[in-house]
Design a binder for this molecule. Structure first.
Ligand SMILES: Nc1ncnc2c1ncn2[C@@H]1O[C@H](COP(=O)(O)OP(=O)(O)OP(=O)(O)O)[C@@H](O)[C@H]1O
Length: 345
């Protein structure tokens, strides 16, 4: 059961012409106990909000107990259209946080995050990369920093590892060994992620690239609701299975009002080294169709290139190892488009 489904259930119930979902200030599911903090639009509505919450969640099987609290202080006005209904914290020292998400695993989200970060760096920006992919933190491998230990500064803030001029932190640094399954759940996991974001001495960064776990689970949703993000970049391959899931991810970001900065089409085609001919292995035009349907910009299309996998395994991003390759040019183009788009806003 995702918190998102609970928020969906609360969306159907209104109090004083406002959806319950719009009044949520904080929401957490710990085991089968749901903790909700509402802001109170008007004094005297407490009981009605409570009763309607219980009713809305009556048939939600995973919620056995509901604890409701009301935020203290002056009630805030309802969010304006297009504004988030959640209080989001800014990551200290970071001008722009770009979340990289995908619907399905294995579409190249981490490869895109790493190469995008380095491509932004090559444009002269100060860049950080945070690997929040708790289910498969691959950034340490992709950047050759596996086994690095993280230190803290005098303020007890984590100090990111530096590689190729990039400031890097990965949830993988916290796991005792590479084979440790990530079995953290709920509050513990969120605590670790929150610490990663907010208790880090990032210094001054123009961009922080956040490699999200694939899909639309609690982690993605909680981060999207609690962290101020400039926007999200969505990575997909042209396969039907990937596109079906990426639509869910797109809807999730839209629902929580995180602007979608654009789509990266990965493994878009393969260039035959002998003939130079392009082969659209997973089909042509599908990502464009999806982007048009959802009114999204395609930031770039990355070809399939065996060098990517090979160089990634050695811990060197392809934009560094093969800067003249078509893949690298595609990444540099995406970084340019993205940074211009963000800085123009
Ligand atoms: N353009 C590409 N050409 C060839 N191989 C690629 C390309 N992009 C990614 N790969 C390879 O595909 C595999 C999956 O990539 P990656 O780990 O970046 O995906 P992911 O979406 O982050 O996966 P997960 O969500 O499971 O962490 C890796 O072996 C990577 O080297």
């Amino acid at each position: 059961m995702a918190v998102k489904d609970i928020v969906d259930a609360l969306r159907d119930m209104t109090v004083d012409n406002m959806r319950l979902s719009e009044l949520i200030k904080d929401i957490k599911l710990i085991g089968s106990t749901l903790e909700v903090v509402y802001r109170l639009p008007k004094k005297g509505l407490e009981d009605e909000i409570k009763q309607k919450t219980y009713k809305a969640l009556e048939h939600v099987p995973d919620v056995k107990t509901v604890n409701i609290r009301f935020a203290e202080g002056v009630p805030e006005p309802p969010p304006a259209f297009g504004q988030p209904a959640f209080t989001r914290r800014q990551v200290e020292g970071v001008k722009h946080l770009i979340a990289v998400g995908s619907g399905k695993g294995g579409v190249g989200k981490s490869t895109v995050s790493v190469n995008l970060a380095v491509a932004l760096l090559k444009q002269g920006y100060k860049v950080g990369l945070l690997d929040a992919d708790i289910y498969g933190p691959s950034v340490p491998t992709l950047l050759g920093v596996k086994g690095e230990r993280v230190h803290v500064d005098e303020r007890n803030k984590l100090i990111p590892v530096e590689k190729y001029g990039l400031k890097v932190l990965s949830i993988g640094f916290l796991l005792p060994s590479e084979d440790t399954p990530v079995i953290w759940r709920g509050p513990m996991l969120m605590k670790a992620l929150t610490q990663f974001l907010f208790d880090v001495n990032w210094g001054e960064l123009d961009f922080l690239v956040l490699d999200l776990p694939p899909g639309t689970g609690d982690v993605q949703l909680t981060l999207a609701q609690n962290v101020h993000m400039t926007g999200a970049v969505i990575v997909t391959t042209p396969q039907d299975v990937a596109l079906a899931d990426v639509k869910k991810a797109t809807s999730m970001f839209k629902e929580v009002n995180v602007p979608i900065l654009g789509v990266v089409e990965n493994m878009a085609y393969f260039v035959c080294p002998d003939s130079g001919k392009k082969y659209y292995v997973f089909g042509k035009g599908r990502v464009l169709e999806f982007a048009r349907a959802y009114d999204l910009q395609i930031l770039g299309s990355i070809p399939m290139d065996p060098e990517v996998a090979e160089t990634s395994d050695k811990g060197v991003p392809v934009v560094i190892s093969h800067p003249e390759s078509e893949v690298s040019k595609a990444f540099l183009g995406i970084a340019k488009l993205l940074s211009e788009k963000i800085l123009r806003r």
